[in-house]
Structure formats: C-alpha cells, structure tokens
Design a protein around this ligand. Structure first.
Ligand SMILES: NC(=O)c1ccc[n+]([C@@H]2O[C@H](COP(=O)([O-])OP(=O)(O)OC[C@H]3O[C@@H](n4cnc5c(N)ncnc54)[C@H](OP(=O)(O)O)[C@@H]3O)[C@@H](O)[C@H]2O)c1
Length: 266
C-alpha cells in the first residue's frame, strides 16, 4: 500500500512519524507532498518518507491519500491535484469543516473518509472521530482505522454531523483543558507558589486525576464526592463554581464550538 500525505505541517508530519514508528508502512511506501520544492528538499534529509512538491509525481501512484492542509488552503490543493486522482483511491481528510460532499465533488472521487484528530495525536495520545462516504468498503475502513490508531484512540461515527460535534468536544477540547490549567496555575501563583511550582502542582494534578478516572469504573460525580467532604475545602470551591454557573458555561462553550464547526462547513 502506498500512502501520500498532502501537507507537511504539524498533523501531516505527526501521521508520517506515527506510521513509520508503528511500522505500518516503510519509508519507501510513504510520500509527503509539500507546498514548495525548497521545503520538500529540506525535509528529504529527515528520511521520514519521500518528499515531493509536484502532485503529478506522487498523486497517481498512491492508494491512500491524506488531506492535511488548512481548510482555507483546500480549494487550491483540490485544483492542483484533481487531474491526477484515480477512481479507486481512498481519501482521508482531517481538514476541519470541509465536508465529504465538498471533497467528492471537488476531486470527482467516491471513497472519502472524514476524520477529526486532536493535538495529543503528536504524542500518540490523541483521539480521532471518523466517518466515511458510502462506497468505502469495510476492509478499507479497517485499514484506515489501523492508520488513525497510530496516533491514539479512534471512534467511528455513522453521521457526518457528529464530526462537528467531535470537533467541539475532542478537537477543541485540549484548549479547554489548558484554559482550566492556566487558571489554576494563576491561582497557585497568587497564593505564593513560583511559576515552576505552580506548573508542577497543576500539571501533576491533571495527569493524576485523569489517570485515576481512566483506571476506574467510577463516574466524575463519584470521584468528586470522594474528594469533597461536607463542610471541607473542596466543597467551598465547588460552591463557587456552582454559583457562577461554570458547569453551564463549559457546556455553552462546547455548543458554540459545534455551531462554529457547522458554519465553517457550509
Ligand atoms: N493541529 C491540530 O490540532 C488539528 C486537529 C484536528 C484537525 N486539524 C486539521 O489538520 C489540518 C492541518 O493542520 P496543521 O495544524 O497540521 O496545519 P499546518 O501545520 O499549518 O500544516 C499545513 C501544511 O499544509 C501545507 N500546504 C498548504 N497548502 C498546500 C498545498 N497546496 N500543497 C501542499 N502542501 C500545502 C503547508 O505548507 P507550508 O509549510 O508551506 O505553509 C503546511 O505545511 C487542518 O485542516 C486542521 O483543520 C488540526
């Protein structure tokens, strides 16, 4: 199987490295299309696949093509590659908001998968929601799932609208977590901790709490009740969160992200 990644940015190179590290493909089966000859030349020294800047030299011979440019660059990319695509090729798009319909009509292809990874994919700890057009076979879907799993966990969704929902939850989600961490670090510094002490306390608290959650069958509510004793310090904090409707604000924020994802897809 020959794989071509279109776009050599953060996500494109994350996939290239993930595929090679997991030995799912060898370097001579992996190609990466760059925007410029200079960048292709520079990245060739990394030996993380074969780098091209001319679509005519790499698109026709590929079995599976991963579209990994920014959504605003998608139209230009479609124009550049549409004359070189072949009917049996399978396309995976990770571009936020670019619909299956848009990709199929712009390229005149039928087998398209739309996937939404997230930033922890960079360390193999991501989660990717994906869906597909009707003509992608079961075998092709399993192959794609294996590829996406090289960057973390996967979730297949039947309906394309759930990709917008996943964009709002897991795609944007790391930023929500960083936002909460940032506020807690600020609180720690206000109480007298140095920057590095605040980072240690907050970073390890998040890692430890998430590990604990993942290794147990308890719900978040169960864990909260184990930390918060009646009349204690945690309860005092939770009361403020309740009074300021933080919980509802987080839900409203995620819903705004989902709405924006839908708008971008139109
Ligand atoms: N980053 C995330 O956490 C994340 C999460 C989920 C989904 N995504 C999606 O992943 C996609 C890529 O994001 P990213 O963070 O990897 O962006 P990025 O780092 O900016 O990478 C995009 C790459 O595409 C290249 N490119 C643009 N037009 C091209 C063309 N016509 N031919 C070949 N290469 C071209 C750019 O080249 P230059 O280097 O020359 O500019 C750049 O290297 C986006 O659509 C985004 O929605 C990203």
């Amino acid at each position: 199987m020959k794989i071509l990644i279109l776009g050599s940015g953060n996500m494109g190179m994350t996939y290239a490295q993930g595929f090679l590290k997991s030995r799912i493909v060898k370097a001579d089966q992996l190609s990466i299309l760059c925007r410029s000859y200079e960048k292709a030349n520079l990245l060739s020294q990394s030996h993380e696949g074969q780098f091209f800047s001319d679509p005519a030299l790499c698109v026709p011979e590929s079995d599976l093509l991963i579209l990994a440019v920014k959504p605003q660059d998608s139209d230009r990319l479609f124009e550049q590659i549409k004359d070189f695509v072949e009917p049996g090729q399978v396309f995976i798009s990770i571009m936020a908001g670019v619909t299956l319909h848009r990709i199929r009509t712009a390229l005149g292809v039928e087998k398209v998968i739309r996937a939404m990874p997230n930033l922890p994919a960079q360390i193999g700890a991501g989660v990717t929601a994906f869906t597909s057009s009707d003509l992608v076979t079961r075998i092709e879907l399993v192959m794609v799932q294996n590829l996406l799993s090289t960057t973390g966990k996967t979730l297949y969704v039947e309906e394309e609208r759930m990709i917008d929902a996943a964009t709002a939850i897991s795609g944007s989600g790391p930023a929500y977590v960083f936002y909460f961490m940032q506020a807690m670090m600020e609180a720690a510094r206000k109480m007298g901790f140095s920057d590095s002490e605040a980072e240690l306390l907050v970073g390890q608290t998040f890692t430890g709490a998430v590990d604990l959650y993942n290794k147990s069958d308890l719900s978040c509510a169960n864990w909260i009740s184990r930390v918060a004793s009646k009349g204690g310090t945690t309860e005092a904090a939770l009361k403020v969160f309740q009074d300021t409707e933080l919980h509802a604000d987080i839900i409203a924020g995620a819903e705004a992200a989902e709405k924006r994802a839908r708008e971008l897809g139109q």
